[in-house]
Design a protein around this ligand. Structure first.
Ligand code: 5AD
Length: 354
């Protein structure tokens, strides 16, 4: 199992949609089964606030988009979301926000973490709150966050500079530095990319895979790029149709599973938005994490990162039974009451102890 590798040529072939992916999918399925068995880990997603200081050209909640209401979930509603996650045995939560850098915001997140740590110590918390200073990442770690998601979006500095404003607030180097901080502090570190960005080539996608391996991530969330019509990037034409981007995403997930066998890989909402059944295919060929959205329904349309963003709706119980129905066809099942810690994180700590 350890020895299965892919050459650059093989990776590039599989990133060509006219090339048959069956062999890749078989390999990836084997790796997935070996490391995660039948399990799909649950993360309850809470989109705490869509207030964002950044202005990324592709993102619907960018600061310059005035076509939406800005919100922050009320404390009592937040507590209900967390309670729901606990009641339905989601072993972990993801708290995601637009990026804000302020003392008020740092305190807000810290307070929530302390609350969860005290009341629900059996629930693992992942943060996804963008770029922050080393000290703030450390404060949040001390308050109980053990995992952090910070996507690189693309590992190619030139493409990164095309899809972000050209200023110090949107810097590739800062993003890399933040990923290093998170790793140094001791978080399980997650990153990922968008697939099918205008100007992205198969070579750049291969570079993304090698980059994720090189920085030795523990978790990955990557999904298709989907246009949002109130963003500057909307005007740029991508070379792929949505369904092709979704198919490419499946291949990227399978490739990453073979390249980094023991990490956690999420089947993302963007993939599900293009084709709801593809989520289950993603689990079959490599993904092992699902993130049902627990954000109260009336806030959701304002966390509109891209056109048509979907999410599983209903109570925790309804979500679980619908997921289990789809998973059953692939002989997979939701792992309840499990933190679902990345095996890669365990393994690299074991190695460090040797
Ligand atoms: N299409 C797909 N994914 C997007 N994101 C933001 N905008 C889009 C889009 N238009 C993703 C980014 C970001 C995450 C929160 O949402 O990868 O890191």
């Amino acid at each position: 199992m350890h020895n299965i590798t892919l050459s650059s040529q093989q990776i590039l072939s599989y990133l060509d949609l006219s090339y048959n992916p069956d062999e890749l999918f078989n390999l990836a399925r084997e790796c997935r089964r070996h490391y995660s068995g039948r399990d799909v880990y649950l993360r309850g997603l809470i989109e705490l606030t869509n207030i964002c200081e950044k202005d990324c050209y592709y993102c619907g909640i960018r600061q310059s988009n005035f076509d939406l209401n800005r919100y922050q979930i009320e404390e009592s509603e937040l507590f209900q979301c967390i309670e729901q996650a606990d009641r339905y045995k989601f072993g972990s939560l993801v708290i995601q926000t637009g990026e804000q850098q302020s003392e008020r915001f740092t305190d807000l997140v810290e307070g929530i973490l302390l609350y969860i740590q005290k009341k629900y110590p059996h629930i693992a918390v992942t943060l996804s709150c963008g770029e922050q200073s080393y000290d703030i990442y450390q404060r949040w770690f001390k308050a109980g966050a053990t995992r952090y998601l910070l996507r690189i979006e693309t590992s190619n500095e030139n493409l990164f500079s095309i899809i972000h404003p050209n200023n110090a607030q949107h810097s590739f180097k800062t993003r890399l530095e933040c990923l290093r901080y998170l790793r140094d502090i001791g978080y399980q570190v997650g990153s990922g990319v968008m697939i099918g960005i205008p100007g992205q080539t198969p070579e750049l996608l291969m570079h993304d895979l090698l980059f994720l391996k090189e920085i030795d991530i523990d978790m990955c969330g990557m999904g298709p790029y989907i246009e949002h019509d109130s963003t500057p990037l909307y005007e740029e034409v991508t070379h792929e149709h949505l369904i092709q981007r979704a198919n490419l995403t499946l291949r990227m997930i399978a490739l990453l599973r073979v390249v980094m066998k023991d990490i956690n890989i999420a089947a993302t909402t963007a993939l599900e938005t293009i084709d709801s059944q593809m989520r289950f295919q993603a689990f079959d060929i490599g993904a092992n994490v699902v993130m049902p959205n627990l954000t109260p329904a009336y806030y959701r349309e304002d966390y509109n990162l891209y056109n048509g963003k979907q999410s599983l709706v209903g109570s925790g119980q309804e979500i679980c039974s619908r997921l289990n129905l789809g998973l059953d066809k692939y002989d997979l099942t939701l792992a309840l009451d499990e933190k679902g810690t990345s095996k890669h994180f365990f393994n690299r700590h074991k190695e460090a102890l040797c």
